[in-house]
Write a protein that binds this ligand. Sequence first.
Ligand code: DHE
Length: 547
Amino acid sequence: MLNLKKKLGLGVSVLAGLGLALSSVTVQDANAAPPTLTDAEFKKASQVYFDRCAGCHGTLRKGATGPDITDTKMLKKRLKKLESVIFNGTNKGMPGWGRTGEMTKEETAQMAKFIQIPAPIPPEVGMADMKKSHKLIVAPDKRPSKPMHDRDVENMMGYVLRDAGKVAVFDGDTKEHTGTVNTGYAVHILRSSASGRYFYSVGRDGKVNMIDLYTKKPKVVAEVKVCLDARSIDVSKYNGPKGNFVDKLAIVGCYWPPQLVIMNGETLEPIKIISTRSMTYDKNEYHPEPRVAAIVASHADSEWVVAIKETGLVWLVDYSDLKNLKIIQIEAERFLHDGGWDASKRYFLVAANMRNQIVAIDTKTKKLAAKFETGNKPHPGRGANWDDPKYGPVTGTTHLGEGKVSVYGSDPEGHPQHAWKVLYTLETAGPGLFVKTHPNSNHVWADNTIAKAKGANKKVCVFKKDDMMAKPNCFTVTNEQSAKTGKVVHFEYNKQGTEVWTSVWDNQGEIIVYDDKTLAEIKRIKAPWLRTPTGEWNVYNTTNDVY
Ligand code: DHE
């Protein structure tokens, strides 16, 4: 029951950055001592919630990768208990934010109170807001028509520097740093254009930057902010009878507002907004916040494949006629998260991590192909595809909830007896986020980024494709400097598939390049500006979905 209602009267300017427009905030508790936060504490807690909690629990806190933590539920829990969970984490995958040093005791205590207060509802973002934020810095006809350098654009590597809000670009051949550009807040991922000439970045603040790789140094040529919270972006890749869409369109998937935004791929001018608010696939219940998770672009059709997290639908969005838009909605599984293509690029394999399942969508028949359990919270990134000597084409995923790579058949036409079932599992050093390979490599690399055992998140595990049952080579990537707080995350191959680039995620981060054949370290890049590298992408592999 409500026993206290208090208007906090929050300053609009501070919350505007976060996109929160509060008219009133209610503080409530079932017990005699309701939580209270000052204006300043509430603003700070809102920001911390956005940075650390919203990704898993949702802006409205209704739950997805993390459970439902709406205020009415949280009011039934003791503050001390909530503080302890936030500080120490749980065995079910919740990070211990205090334990890892990412939240102070004070922030933990404030967060426990904050989640007992109703969630503030951020505003919508419409076309007028987007257009206001749009900047065409260099018009397409003013851009160079060929590279202004002699580097191989296809072998360039883009690096996300998360907490710096920047993207750094390296020459994959020489390993030289070619430049760094400013991007969105807590920048999340990169995708490259279908022609391979641009990188597109998306920040957690919904800001998109288009980075030209033909200029002497990488240069932002357009930017726009299309949401208040976002994780995914892709481009139109199709060139066929329905038209040539190479570099023509781009799409962003927003967490808040829950919507898709289609933009001109050469200028980032927003063209169309599509709300994802609708019913859950299983119970047909209205969901106010169906966030857009992974997006992949088809190479065979004018289509984006879009995973809608909370409703459990995969949308096939046909971009060939935006005025008469066709979307196929495939019932998949709830809490879809990350995924990628199989080797043939016909099947989209996406994790429904809170359901412990991988969902396979057949983009040829435009139907669900299968869904199957792989382990405790699969998290493949885009997954890894290779030819197994015994089972034929297979795909693998790491897991958030256990140190395991599960390997499943992904060739239902050639090897129907093995398709869409886990064929074997491989032990890693602990729960991880990403798995990666390349057709020219005999190795499969897995990280252990969220492992709790001492030293495990500083290791990578490498398996041999021709002897997957052999013990993997799990070795430490960090050195003395980065060993204290650094964790290893994500991989990318160079274009040739002979070298592997990875990141030590730390305030003073590192980039390490390995010879894929010998696993010898080729290069360790360190620099004062190399802050929190959390992901890397090679132009050729990203354009062609090689993983
Ligand atoms: Fe990610 C991919 C969402 C935390 C690094 N991440 C994705 C995708 C989604 C997503 C939906 C798929 C995008 C696509 O393919 O179109 N990530 C989320 C979250 O909601 C979550 C769990 C919590 C949050 O608050 O954001 C989250 N992600 C992280 C991290 O903590 C990581 C390690 C570092 C960071 O940026 O904070 C991280 N996510 C990545 C990377 C990819 C990614 C590197 C792309 C993988 C690829 O190979 O392309």
